[in-house]
Design a protein around this ligand. Structure first.
Ligand SMILES: [Zn+2]
Length: 166
């Protein structure tokens, strides 16, 4: 989903690990959330509420229990409240997807979750996408800023990093 801030900025929630999104847990539900096993994320996520901060005007949005967004205007310029404290050192996730059967321009692309907005780039050919994927992967790996990476073509895994995940 995506929505437009009152300042005109489009705020998009169509990827994971967004630097301007957070999850709020009501204090009354914290112990319940902490009690869920790691592999039951979808179970405890329902006790969280999405929060967003506009990167243009700092306006803050919090979803209520029904998912309706409520906005708040800060009294002064505020820092990026929902970005990881790791800042630029935040570990990246790189994803490349390609499908031969899709119409031109929709075959897939490369997304790189880290920047604001999320780096997302379409490629004209599978070869161009594959080359770009390995180029970015090499750079992030060398900088020790890669958490995980995957490349798929027509639903088949072409590359997984780190290899121990394969
Ligand atoms: Zn705004």
């Amino acid at each position: 989903m995506q929505f437009r801030c009152a300042c005109g900025q489009l705020i998009s929630d169509t990827a994971d690990s967004l630097p301007y999104k957070g999850l709020i847990v009501p204090d009354q539900d914290v112990n319940r959330v902490l009690g869920f096993p790691h592999d039951q994320a979808s179970s405890w996520l329902r006790y969280t509420r999405a929060a967003y901060q506009c990167s243009q005007c700092d306006r803050f949005f919090v979803a209520d229990g029904s998912g309706v967004l409520h906005s708040f205007v800060p009294e002064e310029h505020s820092p990026k409240l929902l970005s990881s404290d790791e800042g630029d050192e935040w570990m990246h996730t790189l994803v490349g997807v390609w499908n031969d059967d899709c119409p031109p321009g929709e075959e897939g692309g490369l997304s790189w979750e880290a920047s604001d907005p999320t780096f997302r780039e379409p490629y004209d050919t599978w070869t161009a996408l594959r080359d770009a994927y390995f180029h970015v992967l090499e750079q992030l790996e060398a900088a020790e800023r890669l958490r995980s990476a995957s490349l798929e073509r027509n639903g088949e895994s072409v590359n997984i990093w780190p290899e121990s995940q394969a």
